[in-house]
Write a protein that binds this ligand. Structure first.
Ligand code: G3P
Length: 217
């Protein structure tokens, strides 16, 4: 499973690059706003750091302006994935932009029907929001499994990019289901390394090493 980092914070991205955990980056208008930076500048800086797909989202809602914004975003770097919302205008923009050879990430997906439409529109990625479904007591991971089954039934090439990931458990469950990508905040990715028995075992090793006077350097 590919790991994308869901942030526009360049320092956090650098930290995870050092761990070899960045196959791509996703942003959205809220994350760009949180960065306090100009969207073109921050996306360009991220694309200079990350060679995998970098999602940058349009803010228009009509087809023509989505195309205009998408083409501006795509000019930033060759690894830009244009993010469009899962609306009829967004799907139409997806079809046009992918026909121009551009990567498109269709976002704000909350149902199998929406994911089916995105695949038929030629989306490069579909972003089902796991956490936001969980927030309203609908099993977000079940949607990932449903989309995986539908896409595999028909050989759709659209990649399932599980988004709105809120826990390390979401990451492992998405991997069990077979999501192509999971995009998560830096803290969630780092939390995957934590286990109480690892901490306990390491402490015991270090105590024994000190007691035995083990010196390596
Ligand atoms: O990429 C989508 C993601 O940023 C949404 O996450 O936690 O705001 O639902 P969240």
């Amino acid at each position: 499973m590919k790991f994308f980092v869901d942030t526009a914070n360049v320092d956090d991205i650098r930290d995870l690059i050092a761990l070899g955990l960045v196959d791509g980056v996703t942003t959205n208008p809220s994350l760009i706003a949180k960065s306090g930076r100009n969207i073109i500048e921050v996306i360009r800086e991220i694309c200079d750091l990350v060679h995998g797909p970098v999602s940058a989202e349009v803010v228009a809602t009509d087809y023509e302006t989505m195309l205009e914004e998408g083409r501006v975003l795509a000019e930033i770097a060759p690894n830009i994935a244009i993010k469009v919302p899962l609306t009829l205008d967004g799907l139409r923009a997806c079809k046009t932009l992918t026909s121009e050879g551009r990567m498109v990430n269709v976002t704000l997906c909350f149902s199998a029907n929406q994911a089916l439409l995105a695949a038929k529109a030629g989306a490069t990625f579909i972003s089902p929001f796991v956490g936001r479904l969980d927030d309203i007591n609908i099993d977000g991971l079940e949607l990932i499994a449903d989309i995986r089954r539908i896409y595999d039934n028909y050989g759709y090439e659209t990649q399932i990019l599980a988004a709105s990931i809120r826990s390390a458990n979401h990451m492992s469950e998405c991997a069990k289901i077979g999501a192509d990508v999971a995009t998560a905040p830096p803290a969630v990715i780092k939390a995957m390394a934590s286990h109480v028995l690892t901490d306990k075992g390491l402490a015991a090793f270090l105590t024994d090493a000190e007691t035995a006077g083990i010196k390596i350097v």
